[in-house]
Ligand binder design. Structure first.
Ligand code: AMP
Ligand code: GLY
Length: 417
């Protein structure tokens, strides 16, 4: 079977790495891929936004299955285009992808299907926003409706901050059209966590838990990032929490997907706040998380390609999905300055010195002449398993000491909580 993976980050490197282990997969292509992926797959220079060219490539190369990593092509409707062309693809339809593409869409979906979430209002202009804010206490959360590369959520501690946030989004349009609408919502207190699920439209099957570390600095300080490191299993995600998430969140979410005829054959990532009143949904993402995927897929024993085939056939209930009992840890090495401006093109050295049982997933790397160089904010995801979190953690940090690039920045406290 020939597969195409769309994307170029650590998440896609991990998906390719896992698919490579499948005896059913004979050829892997990745668009556009990165130098780490290029060791396992043929990289093709097509951008993730170029849906027409991706469809054309899949048709010409007789690709049997395409897997979409990032949200941008999903929200742009890539799955509908593949379906029209009679090509198989893993991901939600454009309509279903609105669960991530529009915060107001997802909040209304949650309201309609009684899925626990923060109280909210949708507003279209600054004046209405100011009125609505009178019904909230601080801190309050202000969210640009559309995709804003993880930057569209503002936690405002005072009325002044909230006014400024509303103005930036709705008047000055700092996020462009993504800020044509705003969701104002109650601030939830609790422990933040997330769960990835396989969805085939008939079933929703949670994967093993994992825990991200979103802030840039140790001790959860500094600005939010795409994620600086993960571990699995997630001890916050107890059996009791899992049961409550299943009943109150997964089941009604599936019911909503079915009733709204969403055509969802892919991955659903649910961001949760475990509050005093139980788990509540912060957000839906319609794709694998990055770097959650690195630790989760490392623990997957079942053939990922077979799971995807069962998703396409809407037969998830017919496959037993097995996970190992190991712990896995991923630590992200970032460029100094990230998540703000950072420099690129720093030569990366030492990858060959990393232990055999440690996998270095590439996120933002490129080849320049014959050198591997940095090409993004998040550069590498150093990942390992062990019988305990401590064992996995020490393997990862020992390997990090062997990798060099100018401005190498990482958290020293991943998986210590
Ligand atoms: P989102 O993209 O909606 O998940 O928001 C990004 C981050 O903002 C989340 O991961 C949380 O850390 C935080 N956040 C979003 N909504 C809330 C909320 N209602 N209460 C507290 N924190 C929130
Ligand atoms: N790590 C968070 C995300 O992938 O959205």
């Amino acid at each position: 079977m020939k597969v195409l993976v769309i994307g170029n980050g650590g998440r896609e490197h991990t998906i390719v790495w896992k698919l490579k282990k499948s005896p059913l997969v004979t050829e892997i292509y990745c668009a556009p891929g990165n130098p780490g992926i290029a060791k396992l797959a043929k990289c093709v220079n097509i951008k993730v936004e170029n849906i027409g060219a991706l469809v054309e490539f899949s048709r010409e190369m007789k690709i049997n299955m395409t897997i979409v990593g990032p949200e941008i092509p999903l929200v742009a409707g890539i799955v509908d285009e593949y379906n029209k062309a009679g090509l198989k693809i893993i991901g939600p339809s454009g309509k279903a992808a609105e669960l991530e593409g529009s915060k107001s869409f997802s909040k209304k979906f949650m309201e309609k299907y009684n899925i626990p979430t923060a109280r909210f209002n949708q507003v279209f202009n600054y004046q209405d926003g100011i009125e609505v804010l009178k019904n909230y206490t601080f801190p309050v959360v202000i969210k640009a409706d559309g995709l804003a590369a993880g930057k569209g959520v503002l936690i405002c501690n005072t009325m002044q901050e909230a006014e400024e946030g509303l103005r930036n989004i709705l008047v000055d349009k700092v996020f462009g059209d993504a800020g044509n609408e705003v969701v104002i919502e109650e601030f939830l207190e609790g422990i933040e966590t997330s769960i990835l699920c396989f969805v085939d439209g008939k079933d929703i099957i949670p994967m093993v838990g994992s825990q991200d570390h979103k802030r840039i600095y140790d001790g959860d300080q500094g600005p939010n990032t795409g994620g600086m490191g993960t571990y699995s299993p997630n001890y916050i995600y107890t059996d009791e929490v899992a049961q409550s998430v299943k009943e109150k969140i997964l089941q009604p979410t599936l019911e909503g997907i079915q009733k709204e005829e969403m055509d969802y054959k892919g991955i659903l990532f649910i961001g949760l706040m475990i509050t005093r009143d139980g788990p509540k949904v912060l957000e839906y993402n319609v794709r694998f998380g990055d770097p959650e995927t690195q630790v989760v897929l490392m623990r997957l024993e079942t053939d990922l390609f077979e799971i995807f085939q069962h998703i396409l056939d809407q037969e998830l209930s017919g496959i037993e999905i097995k996970w190992n009992n190991n712990a896995a840890v991923c630590v992200v090495l970032a460029s100094e300055g990230y998540p703000e401006a950072y420099e690129k093109d720093k030569v990366i050295l030492g990858l060959e010195a990393v232990a055999d049982d440690v996998v270095v997933f590439h996120a933002g790397t490129a080849m320049k002449e014959d050198n591997l160089v940095t090409a993004g904010g998040r550069v590498l995801g150093v990942t390992a398993q062990g019988t305990t979190i401590e064992e996995a953690r020490s393997k990862v940090y020992n390997s990090i000491d062997k990798i060099f690039f100018e401005g190498k920045t990482y958290r020293k406290d991943i998986a210590t909580k």
